[in-house]
Design a protein around this ligand. Structure first.
Ligand SMILES: Nc1ncnc2c1ncn2[C@@H]1O[C@H](COP(=O)(O)OP(=O)(O)OP(=O)(O)O)[C@@H](O)[C@H]1O
Ligand SMILES: [Mg+2]
Length: 354
């Protein structure tokens, strides 16, 4: 069973593969199997290499003359990994006695993707359900108890108006997200004067900021800076970042936007520009920072919902920045504020964001 030819075939396989004799001892293991289960597994009993009763049952079945078996198991290590295992019998040959072959197929990435999809559907349903239930509730009240109460009617219609707008916003954001995700591998076409674009975005938010005496200060380079990019998408990026800064900051604070050239984009390399959006808010606790760009992730769910947020803004930002082969970073100090930075390459590059 353990001939040079067999070894060559096994070594060429990327999936972990074990050959077992009729006593369930491992007579051969390819490099992937040794990486997974340990270098010294040859000669060991299968029960010691993979401590899973289902695997032993499947091997017993096959060695006892049963059909080929297919089972799914999880292996715990630094992190959990899922494998589909196929067990088939090996007939006795001139060189070797009868035994079994065990082929392991790593399903971790597939299972994670399935889980993410399921979570996403559950999240979307939940997010749509709350405004919808509130609409249904108010329609009932307006038909019944509040039918002739003019003041209550106006109040309820206002709430219904804002809840239905929230649903519309959620759907717009979901469509936006799926559009940028679909295009992520295609480099954007066009050239954008980034200072002008950010000044335009700031102008649309000045009035809302002024209501709470928040000042938006924009400092840019003396000569205009151009980046290859999609104007609408970049508008969405800076609209969300500046909107967040204004939204999550106390009254009478300052939002500082800076545009600068950088000789090297951190982690990606290559020259580019960096746009920073800094606020004087409460800051974001460190444990939340790596998760901010996940869909529907909010630091304070109640607060974000009350402000009409969908929790999709930064997820969209991240995908757009990736499409532009740029980089998004965030630094935050509790009690002092948060700085989001968007790095964009200023020349077309084929480098893919790692
Ligand atoms: N500048 C900031 N200061 C403090 N917290 C922030 C800041 N920016 C984002 N956050 C936190 O990150 C979360 C995610 O932001 P994101 O923009 O993705 O969603 P949102 O603002 O809640 O909703 P949307 O952008 O869809 O309206 C926010 O809910 C908020 O908790
Ligand atoms: Mg936002």
């Amino acid at each position: 069973m353990d001939t040079p030819a067999t070894t060559a075939v096994l070594d060429a396989l990327l999936d972990p593969v074990l050959l077992l004799d009729s006593n369930k001892s491992i007579v051969a293991a390819n490099p992937s199997a040794r990486d997974l289960l340990g270098n010294q597994i040859k000669g060991r009993s299968l029960a010691l290499a993979i401590r899973d009763p289902e695997v032993l049952d499947a091997v017993n079945e096959v060695l006892g003359g049963g059909d080929q078996q297919q089972i799914g198991i999880s292996l715990m290590g630094p992190f959990r990994r899922n494998f589909d295992i196929q067990v088939a019998s090996l007939a006795k040959t001139a060189e070797s006695s009868a035994g079994a072959i065990l082929i392991m197929h790593d399903m971790t990435a597939t299972r994670n993707a399935e889980q993410m999809r399921a979570d996403f559907v559950a999240n979307v349903s939940h997010e749509l359900r709350s405004p919808l239930s509130s609409l249904v509730g108010f329609i009932e009240t307006l038909r019944g108890a509040a039918r002739d109460d003019e003041a209550a009617r106006d109040r309820f219609l206002d709430i219904m108006d804002s809840e239905s707008k929230r649903m519309a916003r959620l759907i717009d954001d979901l469509l936006s997200l799926s559009k940028v995700e679909a295009n992520e591998h295609i480099l954007p076409e066009g050239k954008v004067n980034i200072g002008e674009l950010i000044a335009d975005v700031s102008n649309t938010l000045f009035a809302r900021a002024a209501e709470r005496q928040i000042k938006i200060d924009l400092s840019t380079t003396s000569s205009p800076l151009f980046v290859p990019g999609d104007r609408d998408e970049l508008t969405e990026v800076f609209h969300n970042l500046i909107d967040n800064a204004v939204k999550y900051c106390p009254d009478q604070t300052l939002v500082r936007i800076g545009i600068e050239e950088v000789a090297r984009i951190p982690q990606i390399g290559g020259a580019g520009i960096v746009i920073s959006v800094a606020d004087e808010g409460d800051g974001i606790p460190a444990e939340h920072l790596p998760r901010l760009t996940e869909r529907f992730y909010r630091v304070d769910k109640g607060r974000s919902r009350k402000m009409g947020g969908t929790g999709l803004g930064l997820a969209i930002v991240k995908h757009i920045v990736n499409r532009h082969r740029g980089r998004l970073s965030v630094d935050s100090t509790i009690g002092a504020g948060t700085v989001f930075r968007v790095y964009l390459p200023n020349e077309k590059t084929d480098a893919i964001n790692p």
